[in-house]
Design a protein. Structure first.
Length: 257
């Protein structure tokens, strides 16, 4: 990655409301630019996904006088688990746990990604260069391929489980298709959904190892019926129920019905 500019302020934090913040890596290509969501609770703070691991994340979400801090992996793809090992309390679906128990290799080089990953982005008009970053952090990895530390879950979560922040509660939704153990976090009282990569406003990937189109269609049918007010997804901007319905309908149409 020699020759790329060095950027000290690697993460950008955007306050969404009084309790929810979005942390992003603007120098990472949208394909790998995971949305990290920080929800501040009375008794527990929640971090949904943990980025690429190009720079430590935990300091971005620590608060003075806060309660506990739980990091949830919506699934085990490397762009969502890079910083998971930094957190003592970690949660994931049982189907993703085996991957998290061992170290993973991550890459920012296009050459290491198959056409099932790159093709949908090219087809959607995204520019794909040799590197999926345009800068590096000062303390980041020196090579295009680097190791993401093992981060075995301290807690397994599945359909119907509840994560209680003291003043907010989120129900776990099992949303397979993109990966076997993809999950979302649903707050029925407000209609807020943290969807991970089950749905986002960009090219959805269903040709990966572990993906299943039949499961993905069932997930889309389920999400289409969910009375959401806002979806905070794993990539790209947040959106409301009308756009959710459009994305679900488009996927169902593209995959056969």
């Amino acid at each position: 990655m020699e020759g790329l500019p060095v950027v000290d302020e690697w993460y950008v934090t955007t306050r969404f409301d009084d309790q929810v913040s979005l942390i992003t890596e603007p120098h990472v290509h949208p394909l790998l630019r995971c949305n990290v969501w920080h929800i501040e609770g009375r008794d527990l703070d929640l971090v949904v996904d943990t980025s690429m691991g190009l720079r430590p994340l935990r300091s971005m979400v620590e608060r003075e006088l806060a309660g506990g801090l739980l990091a949830v992996a919506t699934h085990s793809h490397v762009d969502h688990i890079g910083g998971l090992h930094e957190f003592d309390e970690r949660a994931a679906h049982p189907s993703e746990a085996a991957v998290l128990e061992g170290a993973s290799l991550a890459s920012v080089a296009t050459a290491h990604y198959p056409e099932t990953v790159l093709g949908p982005y090219r087809d959607a008009g995204y520019e794909i260069a040799e590197l999926l970053i345009d800068a590096v952090p000062p303390d980041g990895p020196a090579a295009t391929v680097y190791e993401v530390a093992a981060a075995a879950p301290s807690r397994l979560i599945d359909e119907g489980d509840v994560i209680d922040l003291g003043d907010r509660t989120f129900e776990v939704l099992h949303l397979p298709g993109h990966s076997p153990g993809s999950i979302g976090l649903w707050e029925a009282r407000t209609g807020v959904l943290f969807s991970g990569d089950a749905v986002y406003d960009g090219p959805l990937l269903d040709g990966l190892e572990g993906s299943d189109i039949t499961d993905y269609r069932a997930t889309m049918e389920r999400l289409r019926a969910l009375p959401v007010s806002v979806v905070h997804a794993g990539h790209e901007p947040s959106f409301g129920r009308p756009r959710l319905a459009e994305l679900c309908e488009a996927y169902l149409s593209q995959t056969g019905g």
